[in-house]
Design a protein. Structure first.
Length: 177
C-alpha cells in the first residue's frame, strides 16, 4: 500500500489535460495493442475546481492477466505496482516525480467492460456538465483537506460518502445522453 501523503489542493490548471495526454502516449507505447484507451478522470479532469496535482488515469485494457504480465514495462516507466489494491478487477500503480519526490500520476487499470470505468466517467462528465455540483464537490474536498491535511487516505475516506451519494445521479445522467 502506498503511504498516505499530504493533501495539497491547487486551482485547476489547463496543463493537467496536456500532461494526461502525454502520459497516455507513454502508456500506449508500453502497453501496445493491449491498451484500448486512456481516460483522464478525477478532479484534474474537471475544470474550475481545486484538485490535488495528481493525474488520475484509467488505462482501459483488453485483459488484466495480460497487463499483470506487463507490470515490468510499467515499472520501467517509473511506476510502482500495487496490484488490485483493495478493488477487485483493478490494477493500481503510482508514479512519483523523480525531481520533486511528489506523486504525480495514479493509474486505475480496468478491463474493458468493467462497471468501474463507466462509474468514473459518469462522475467526471456529470461534474463537468453541472457546475453547481462541481462547486459542491469542491467544498467537500476543501473540508476533507482541512480535516486531514497530512493523510491522503483519510482525506479520500472523508469524501467518499458525498461521492457515493452523487454516483447514482451521475450514472443516470451519463446513461441518458
Amino acid at each position: 500500500m502506498p503511504p498516505p501523503i499530504p493533501v495539497e489542493l491547487l486551482p485547476h490548471s489547463p496543463e493537467w489535460r496536456d500532461a494526461a495526454t502525454r502520459e497516455g502516449q507513454r502508456l500506449a507505447k508500453a502497453l501496445g495493442p493491449l491498451l484500448v484507451a486512456v481516460h483522464h478522470i478525477g478532479s484534474t479532469a474537471i475544470p474550475d475546481i481545486v484538485a490535488k496535482p495528481i493525474l488520475d488515469l484509467i488505462p482501459e485494457v483488453r485483459s488484466l492477466a495480460a497487463v499483470d504480465a506487463l507490470a515490468p514495462q510499467l515499472r520501467a516507466l517509473g511506476y510502482e505496482w500495487w496490484g488490485e489494491y483493495g478493488m477487485a478487477g483493478r490494477r493500481y500503480a503510482t508514479l512519483t516525480d523523480g525531481t520533486t519526490g511528489q506523486r504525480c500520476v495514479q493509474l486505475h487499470i480496468f478491463e474493458t467492460g468493467s462497471p468501474h470505468i463507466e462509474r468514473h466517467l459518469a462522475f467526471r462528465d456529470f461534474l463537468r456538465a453541472h457546475a453547481d455540483k462541481a462547486r459542491e464537490y469542491e467544498a467537500v474536498k476543501l473540508a476533507s483537506r482541512d480535516q486531514h491535511p497530512d493523510d491522503s487516505h483519510a482525506y479520500s475516506d472523508a469524501k467518499s460518502a458525498w461521492i457515493l451519494a452523487t454516483e447514482a445521479e451521475a450514472l443516470a445522467f451519463y446513461r441518458s445522453r
